[in-house]
Write a protein that binds this ligand. Structure first.
Ligand code: V47
Ligand code: SF4
Length: 362
């Protein structure tokens, strides 16, 4: 049944929307895994990457209040929090001043109603001043669009100011599902998919590399997923600025739209089809916080080549009922990757291998 799509993949031909839909409609996940692994191995050999990183959320106060988001609060609501720059620096210090420091901090948060743009610039420049070697991957396209609005600056000027302050790259959140009909029900206040892509395109144009994501397993159809992937592939064709794609498995607890957890089968299918459709992407990430350690191991056999990292503290998925812990040590990541039959490679934020004393990682 998959024969013609399979032939295309083996001949390195680009898959069409129709091909991708057929892949989503099949239950033959073994063939999907085999094909996706074939592609992943051509790109990354037997390697699976991980990073020593820490997530930080400066605030959960958000003017958008997306209906799938259990993390955000309104100002003054119970559970709302705001971090000062000093508090952020204090969270990072013990992880940087150690003999095996983290190499990246990942910063995303809510759209705060009162913080000025200068606060974000100060956050980045102060982190950079204290920890010059730490890579700062910060702010989704949704946050950057908001900063452009509150500052009155253009998109390019906003991104340039962030970059000059020390921003190293951008994470891929906020993409959700681009189809506007679904967005209207999921996150009516959020920027459109078109705008999300514009922000990323501008970031790529001024030399900021980014990731991209897709939130799946809520109310979207397979067709919505395929359209989303194809939009990302089209932008990548123009700019080449995406480093990794991360499918985000929807978590239903404490959300307005409720629903169910995704199945392991759907998780693996989505990883594999992402690998197959996004032929111009180098990396597909199995985000263990959302997939769980065991499905993430399997994902490495279904086209993923990146396990993300140590994370340390995770609030967004945990607010919505994550079933995982919040952190793994580098040794645990190495162990999980090895037990999946892959070679663990500690990486920096641009997928360069980090070696210690000429040896491989942990
Ligand atoms: O933007 C919110 C999503 C994203 C839920 O770029 C939810 O390397 C599931 O983007 N269930 C944040 N997902 C996470 C993210 C990310 C994570 C790891 C690595 C990278 C990277 C990016 O999480 C949000 C939103 O799309 N989200 N609520 C939920 N209930
Ligand atoms: Fe705000 Fe992001 Fe949560 Fe939406 S997903 S409510 S933009 S924090």
């Amino acid at each position: 049944m998959l024969r013609t799509v399979e032939e295309k993949i083996l001949a390195e031909k680009r898959l069409t929307k129709r091909d991708a839909l057929r892949l989503f409609e099949t239950d033959d996940i073994f063939s999907l895994g085999r094909l996706a692994s074939f592609v992943a191995e051509k790109k990354n050999g037997n390697r699976a990457y991980f990073i020593r990183n820490r997530h930080i959320n400066p605030t959960n106060i958000c003017v958008n209040r997306c209906r799938f988001c259990a993390f955000s609060r309104s100002a003054g609501q119970e559970g709302a929090f705001e971090l000062t720059v000093d508090e952020i620096v204090s969270k990072l210090r013990p992880l940087v001043h150690t003999n095996r420091p983290i190499s990246e901090v990942h910063i995303v948060g809510g759209l705060h109603p009162d913080w000025p743009f200068e606060y974000y610039l100060e956050m980045i420049s102060t982190i950079k001043k204290h920890f010059p070697k730490l890579h700062i991957k910060a702010f989704t396209a949704v946050e950057v669009d908001y900063m452009a609005r509150i500052s009155g600056l253009g998109l390019k000027e906003t991104l340039t100011a962030l970059k000059s302050s020390g921003l190293g790259s951008m994470p891929g959140g906020g993409a959700e599902i681009f189809a506007q009909a679904i967005r209207n029900r999921l996150c009516p206040e959020k920027i459109s998919g078109k705008r999300w892509l514009e922000v990323m395109s501008e970031a790529h144009d001024i030399g900021i590399r980014t990731n991209c994501t897709m939130l799946y397993g809520h109310i979207e159809s397979y067709e919505d997923r395929v359209d989303h992937l194809i939009s990302l592939r089209a932008l990548q064709e123009k700019t080449g600025g995406f480093q990794a794609f991360i499918p985000l498995a929807y978590h239903p607890k404490n959300t307005k739209i409720k629903g169910r957890y995704t199945s392991g089968i759907d998780d693996l299918k989505t990883i594999a089809i992402s690998r197959l459709v996004l032929d111009n992407f180098d990396h597909i990430k199995a985000y263990w916080i959302m997939l769980g350690e065991k499905i993430s191991q399997l994902a490495l056999k279904f086209g993923a080549d990146d396990f993300d990292g140590t994370i340390i503290e995770e609030k967004i998925t945990h607010a919505a009922g994550a079933l995982t812990g919040e952190q793994l040590t580098a040794n645990e990541l190495v162990y999980l990757i090895r037990r999946a039959g892959k070679v663990p490679v500690e990486r920096d934020s641009f997928y360069k291998e980090i070696r210690l004393d000429g040896k491989r990682h942990a």
